[in-house]
Design a protein around this ligand. Structure first.
Ligand SMILES: C[S@@+](CC[C@H](N)C(=O)[O-])C[C@H]1O[C@@H](n2cnc3c(N)ncnc32)[C@H](O)[C@@H]1O
Length: 261
């Protein structure tokens, strides 16, 4: 493992002290009780970073168990639909423990991983360069990358509009983005089963393997996402074209791709 970490802020290993928690590929900041509102703004940023620092060591294990390894296939699809040729430079934003970076390298692309959690980067198993930083304020020049991938992090950002504007700034014209995120199935029966699984089973598994509270409010975290049409419009407004959204695995996951105008 080689880590080129540039700490933007000192790592905080004091655990979660802000009353909100996040976790997993299905994770976002969560309130500690069902009635607590989800955090926003800087409170959300701090909660996200602290929580991922805390759960980093068992993050990959919990992912694989909770998704029955479907997350591996979703990431493969993300890279395939990015559709860039070998040798392209790709920023993997919110890179976490480096799964997408590793797979981008296997596909002969040239990834650089960026994540704001020092703990996640320190737990990463990839030889790609890794940088600690904020996906909404990227330390790269305008139009300097061929593409961007981002796995399971849209819900974790302070705000999506600013993130999409930053993508438009750094991706060169005709460059590509592929954004993977969780979703709720549209079919009412599947939606009901999905709600039971992620509302009840996932917190149990998360509690056994990692941190129950961190995985307890998964259904709530989806509330951070705008309606699909709104999200696609936001990308078009940010100067992307060919904006597409595909549902994966019966709609429990979604992949949004677009081309920089
Ligand atoms: C659910 S994990 C996903 C990790 C990885 N992409 C994957 O597919 O497993 C979400 C990641 O987003 C990161 N993150 C959240 N907000 C961020 C931001 N503003 N800038 C960079 N990383 C951020 C967290 O630190 C965490 O590692």
């Amino acid at each position: 493992m080689r880590i080129n970490v540039r700490p933007a802020t000192p790592p905080d290993h004091n655990g979660v002290g802000s009353g909100v928690r996040t976790a997993g590929p299905y994770a976002s900041p969560m309130a500690t009780s069902k009635t607590d509102p989800l955090p926003t703004g800087e409170e959300k940023v701090t909660a996200v970073r602290e929580m991922f620092d805390t759960i980093a060591p068992r993050y990959d294990l919990v992912n694989r168990v909770m998704t029955f390894r479907m997350d591996v296939g979703w990431r493969k699809k993300t890279i395939a639909d990015l559709g860039l040729p070998a040798g392209s430079t790709v920023l993997d934003l919110a890179a976490g423990t480096g799964d997408l970076c590793r797979m981008l390298q296997e596909a002969r692309l040239r990834p650089v991983g960026i994540d704001m959690s020092y703990g996640m980067l320190a737990a990463a198993a990839t030889t790609a360069p890794l940088v600690q930083g904020d996906a909404l304020r990227l330390p790269v020049p305008d139009g300097s990358v061929d593409g961007v991938t981002c796995g399971f992090a849209l819900r974790n950002f302070r705000e999506l509009g600013g993130f999409f504007d930053e993508l438009a700034r750094v991706v060169r014209p005709a460059g590509r983005i592929a954004l993977l995120e969780v979703a709720e199935p549209r079919n009412p029966v599947l939606r009901f089963g999905h709600g039971i699984y992620f509302g009840r089973v996932v917190p149990l598994i998360g509690g056994l393997l990692s941190d129950r509270a961190a995985y307890q409010y998964l259904p709530k975290s989806v509330a951070y996402l705008p309606e699909p049409d709104e999200m696609l419009s936001m990308l078009a407004d940010a100067d992307f074209e060919s904006v597409e959204r595909r549902l994966l695995s019966a709609g429990i996951s979604q992949l949004v791709t677009a081309t920089r105008r």
